[in-house]
Design a binder for this molecule. Sequence first.
Ligand code: SF4
Length: 336
Amino acid sequence: MSVDARQSLLCWYAVDKRRLPWRAEAGERADPYRVWLSEIMLQQTTVAAVKPYFERFTTKWPDVGALAAADEADVMREWAGLGYYARARNLVACARVVAGDHGGRFPDSEAALLKLPGIGRYTAAAIAAIAFGRRAVVIDGNVERVVSRLYAIATPLPAARAEIRARTDALTPDEGAGDFAQAMMDLGATICTPRRPACAICPLRPHCAAFHEGDPERYPVKPPKAARPRRTGTAFWLEHDGHVLLVRRPASGLLGGMLALPTESPAQAKWTDAGAVDHVFTHFALTMTLSCARVDARPEGLWWPIERIGEAGLPTLFARLAERGLAWREAAAQAA
Ligand code: SF4
């Protein structure tokens, strides 16, 4: 990209950038806490899904010190529904390291940021560039797409990543790397979209190899898709006196640390099959069947009032299973 092209991109960004709650206005300094929080939330999650969570988190925990002092279970509950729950546990761990070891201020270099829990290569670069104005090479899925189209990179992903990184590095300016990264991300999110990119209004069109070839959607070239394995399991809805039995899942592993329905039979009971829920995780698809029962003598455990089940902060899979449990309950009440 020539200096001219970069200039056109930045001019376009100055006028058309997305107004996002975590973004500083022109002339304001970005708040590293808000940049960090938004970047963690945005991993594998859309801007639209993140916005209400970001608003709630920053209202409840306005700075890193407040989040460091938060009860982890409370944070997990607020995170419920956003997915990839290891992020929430790392969020608290990271806030505590920043508060405890760095005097409540995020370190400003990529290398030091990389040492914090839950901060990987992309996030360290994004925070260093956006919050601290450091030169850093920031590559998310949007940047990957824009760069692979600009240069019509024919190598399939993931092998293409080395070339994409080298190209992005060469494009990144010494000053204003944060604006440049955000401009590339915005272009990818709003104009150079995965399908039907709006090349007609794109500031980079004169410089874009894929546009000149005539088929930009071809890039980035994807590897052949591997089939996602399917697993099955059973969850248990056990009721006693208006309460349902919940468990806290082990800290490590799938949906770690979250409240959930038990996935091993918690009691001897007359179990009824109440249907199944399909859910897709990153590496596999899961079909989970729900078994429901009521008991007179309740086993030890975490019994949650059924009428307040919506406040338990169940992750999406278990929230959907709980809806099935509620439907079973209503049907049983009508039949009685
Ligand atoms: S011209 Fe089209 S393909 Fe090229 S960067 Fe712009 S939107 Fe993307």
